[in-house]
Each structure stands twice: as structure tokens, then as C-alpha cells.
Design a protein around this ligand. Structure first.
Ligand SMILES: *Cc1c(COP(=O)(O)O)cnc(C)c1O
Length: 406
């Protein structure tokens, strides 16, 4: 796609390897047209024209790469892909219409009937559905392990395996997987390691550096970060993206719209500011709530006393924007708590500038069987809190007074 961009645009913003993420997020990937605009342009066009029939033929046989149809290539979408690849340190990226389209395309493009996938069992509800319901229907075997237990990975990966899929930290239980250790085991089994890095964000954890092969994001979450649109992105080697993934995306069409790509580009410009602030506030809230008598548990990856805090500090640069609370009084108290919040909104989204509280057992993870809920630690008292950009003291006041109201 880089070749296409260079052929089509007047100026492609050069990226310096020495740039810190905050700089990359503002400048990388921009394709400036002959009009020399400051902001990225929204190319709302489904197709492209050719000067001649010969030019069209050359575009289709790839002898002259260029944009031919927005299902598989569009300049605004390309800018978003370029910015994400530069941030992640990946050779290439493809954007999709949603996070789930990214997860599905990343896996479905890799496997065929008879293949085997090993996955951690603490997953976002729809990721779990793809692995447990859709892929097995097509003859792909999926094996789930407790992602925290390296011995379980070791055993499951003692057989040839096509792919490994995991989230770390997981949604909503904040369970971590030792990415480096699992990637080493997976590679010995011949597997491609796919990491859903939504909770860590591209700023706090770099799975490719830790040994993963493919990283996926729901860009709907922190990348937009302002609750405006859906999007997804898949990052990896040029070989994987161009040879394995691109044909799948080209012919199945989970494409990102240019308008949404532009919103996501603008979201990226403030990602570092937002995530830094949200992480600071999340830690402050976790510290303020720790030991509260109405709470059976407060989980936050870098909080003192968190079971996997050592691993969190080793593979993440901060604990993230999400925390989880367990009300001692189960569902009844969890609902009372949610209904007593005045500032924090009840919503199933996350990573937004507005703080959002979710009751996973009855919403995002409602579909899971009681056994699966237990395995994932989704108890009736569990509340997932996505920390926004409000003043942390206002958030602490709101949460404390909601706890008091129970
Ligand atoms: C939200 C989410 C997804 C799905 O993303 P959509 O953009 O909603 O399709 C996948 N994985 C994780 C961890 C998520 O939080």
C-alpha cells in the first residue's frame, strides 16, 4: 500500500524512527495532497478512475499498484493504517469496520478445517463466540486454557497448533498472560500468536516486541476514545498482512469507511494525552477504593496486592484505563451501586472520555453459561469501570457516594 500512496500523492509524511509515540500519533501516515492541507483529508469515494483501459488493466494485474476500489484500499483508510503501523512498530496494518471484524479476519484468514487454535479462556464475549461456536462449526478445533497458568499453555501447545489467541489484560476480569513465555511455546508448536491488545492500548504494551506475530484492536475503544464510531485494525508482518489477510479482506469486505478512518486518525492525535491521564486517574481510584468495606475486591493491574502485579509491571508501562470492583453483596448491590452513580454512566462501551460502568454478567457477558462465567471470574457482584477524562476527585466522590448509598 505504501507503493500505491507514493504513486498517487504529492507528499507522503516521512516518519522518523526516533519519534516518541506522542509525535508519531500526530504525524505518521499522513498523505498530503497537492492542496497542502494541514489536516488529513476525508476521501469519500468508493471507486477511482483510470486515464485509459491499459491503466485499469495495469492496476488490476498489480503491475502499477494504486487505489482501485475502497473495499480494499482508500487513501484516508491508508493514512490510519500507516499511523497505526508506525505506532505499533509493525511492518503493515489493515483497518476493518469494527474490532470484531478485525478479530474474525485475523483468525479466519489463518485457519482451515482440521487446524487447531489454543486460546486463553478469559475473553470478550464475542471473541469467545468466534472461537467456541463459529470456527468449530467449520472444522477448526479450539482448546481453551487458563491464560494465567503457563503449565496449561505448555500442555495445550505440546501438539502442532495453527494459532494462539489471547487478551491481556482480559475484558473484564483483568487477567494477564505472560506474552513472552506464551509466544515462545506457541512458536515451538508452529503457531501464529494473535493478541487482542485493546485493554493495554498500543501505548502501554507492545505485543510484537514481546514475541507476538499479530496484534488486533477494537479502534472503537481508546483509539477513537470519544464514543463516535466503530473500527478495528490488524497489525503484523508484510507477509502476513499482504499474503494471508489482504485476500481475505478484499473478498469478504469488512472494510472501514473513510469517514470513520478520519475520526480514528483524529482520535490517535490525542491518544497519548488521554491514556496517560486515564491511567493516572484509574490508579488513583483503585487506591482510594482498596479495602472499602462494601467491596470484596478491587482489581487494577499495577495496584499493590494485585495477584499479577509483577507481570503487569514487567510487560506494561502502566496499568491501563480499566479497573474492576466486586460488590460484596452480589448482583443486588451491584445494581444498587450502578443506579446510585451520578457522574459515571451505565454503558457497555469502554475507553471513552466519559467514565462508564458495566455489569458484565448481565450485559457484555450475559450469553455465557454459568460455568463459563465462573471460569472467567464474572461473578454477580463484578463491575467493570472504564475511567474517563473527568477530574479523578469527582470520580472518587461519585463512586464513594454510590457505595455509601447501598
Ligand atoms: C470491544 C472489544 C472487542 C470488539 O470490538 P468492536 O469494535 O466492538 O467490534 C474485541 N475485543 C475486546 C477486548 C474488546 O473490548
Amino acid at each position: 500500500m505504501v507503493g500505491i500512496c507514493e504513486a498517487m500523492m504529492t507528499v507522503k509524511r516521512e516518519i522518523k524512527k526516533s519519534w516518541r509515540p506522542a509525535t508519531t500519533l500526530v504525524h505518521a501516515g499522513q498523505l498530503r495532497s497537492q492542496f497542502k492541507e494541514t489536516a488529513e483529508t476525508i476521501y469519500m469515494s468508493s471507486g477511482y478512475v483510470y486515464e485509459s483501459a491499459e491503466e485499469a488493466e495495469a492496476a488490476f494485474d498489480n503491475s502499477q499498484p494504486r487505489f482501485v476500489y475502497s473495499r480494499f484500499g482508500n487513501p484516508t483508510v491508508s493514512m490510519f493504517e500507516g499511523r497505526m503501523a508506525a505506532l505499533e512498530g509493525a511492518e503493515a496494518a489493515r483497518a476493518t469496520s469494527s474490532g470484531m471484524a478485525a478479530v474474525f479476519a485475523a483468525l479466519a484468514s489463518l485457519v482451515k478445517a482440521g487446524d487447531r487454535i489454543v486460546a486463553s479462556d478469559a475473553l470478550f464475549g464475542s471473541c469467545q463466540f468466534i472461537l467456541a461456536e463459529i470456527l468449530p462449526k467449520w472444522g477448526v478445533e479450539t482448546v481453551f486454557v487458563d491464560g494465567r497458568e503457563i503449565a496449561q499453555w505448555q500442555q495445550a501447545l505440546s501438539k502442532p497448533t495453527k494459532a494462539v489467541f489471547l487478551e491481556s489484560p482480559s475484558n473484564p476480569g483483568l487477567r494477564l498472560v505472560d506474552l513472552k513465555a506464551v509466544a515462545d511455546l506457541a512458536h515451538k508448536a508452529g503457531a501464529t500468536v494473535v493478541v487482542d491488545n485493546v485493554f493495554a492500548t498500543p501505548l502501554l504494551q507492545q505485543p510484537l516486541t514481546l514475541g507476538a506475530d499479530v496484534v488486533v484492536y477494537s479502534a472503537t475503544k481508546h483509539i477513537d476514545g470519544q464514543g463516535r464510531c466503530l473500527g478495528g485494525v490488524i497489525l503484523g508482518s508484510e507477509k502476513y498482512i499482504n499474503e494471508t489477510l489482504q485476500p481475505f479482506i478484499r473478498h469478504t469486505g469488512p472494510s472501514l469507511s473513510p469517514m470513520n478512518a478520519w475520526i480514528l486518525l483524529k482520535g490517535l492525535e490525542t491518544l497519548d494525552l488521554r491514556v496517560t491521564k486515564q491511567c493516572d486517574s484509574a490508579l488513583k481510584i483503585a487506591q482510594a477504593l482498596k479495602g472499602h468495606n462494601k467491596l470484596a475486591d478491587v482489581s487494577y493491574p499495577t495496584l499493590e496486592g494485585f495477584a499479577q502485579a509483577e507481570l503487569a509491571r514487567r510487560q506494561m508501562s502502566a496499568g491501563g484505563t480499566m479497573l474492576s470492583l466486586t460488590l460484596a453483596g452480589g448482583k443486588k448491590e451491584a445494581f444498587k451501586f450502578l443506579n446510585a452513580l451520578e457522574l459515571v454512566l451505565i454503558s457497555n462501551n469502554l475507553g471513552d472520555s466519559k467514565s462508564l460502568a458495566t455489569h458484565p454478567a448481565t450485559t457484555t457477558h450475559q450469553r455465557l453459561t454459568p460455568e463459563l462465567k465462573e471460569i472467567q471470574g464474572i461473578t454477580p457482584g463484578l463491575i467493570r469501570l472504564s475511567v474517563g477524562l473527568e477530574h479523578p476527585d469527582d470520580l472518587i466522590d461519585d463512586v464513594l457516594s454510590a457505595l455509601k448509598a447501598i
